[in-house]
Design a protein around this ligand. Sequence first.
Ligand SMILES: Nc1ncnc2c1ncn2[C@@H]1O[C@H](COP(=O)(O)OP(=O)(O)OP(=O)(O)O)[C@@H](O)[C@H]1O
Ligand SMILES: [Mg+2]
Length: 138
Amino acid sequence: MTGTDPQRHPIVTESDVVRVRRVRQVVRALAVAAKLSLVDQTKMVTAASELARNTLVYGGGGEMMIDIVDNGRRHGVRAVFTDTGPGIPDLGLALTEGWTSGSGLGLGLTGSRRLVDEFTIDSSPGVGTTVRVVKWSR
Ligand SMILES: Nc1ncnc2c1ncn2[C@@H]1O[C@H](COP(=O)(O)OP(=O)(O)OP(=O)(O)O)[C@@H](O)[C@H]1O
Ligand SMILES: [Mg+2]
C-alpha cells in the first residue's frame, strides 16, 4: 500500500453524538487500513475527537482532511483540522495543560499531542487554526 488521496470531512454543527461517531468511524477505518495496532488506533481516534471538538467549539466549524501516508518504511494516518475562526492569540498558553479560555478542562490539545507521533499547530488571530497530526504504524 502507498498513500491514499485525502478525504475531506466537514465538521459542522449537528448533534454531538452524530459528529463524534462520524469522526471516530472515519479515523478508525483509516487507522485499520494503515495497520496501526488496536491501541494506536484508539489513540489516534481519541486525539482526532478532541481536535474536531475544538474545531467546532472554538473555530466555529471547519473540516478534517485525512489520508494514509507512507514514508517508505511505515504507514501512518494523517489528519489535518482546519477552521477559519478567531485563531489562538497565545499558542504557548493554549498548549499549557489545564489552560482553557472557556469552560473546558484545558486538556484537549496537550492530550492529543501526547497521543500522536507528530503534532503541529498553526494559528493566526483573525485567520484561523490548522492542527496536523500523524500516527505511524510500528
Ligand atoms: N481551533 C481553535 N480555534 C481557536 N482557539 C482554539 C482552538 N483550539 C483550541 N483553542 C484554544 O485553546 C484552548 C485549549 O484547548 P484545549 O482543547 O486544550 O482545551 P479546552 O478545549 O478548553 O478544554 P477540553 O478540550 O479539555 O474540553 C481552548 O480553550 C481555546 O482557547
Ligand atoms: Mg478542547
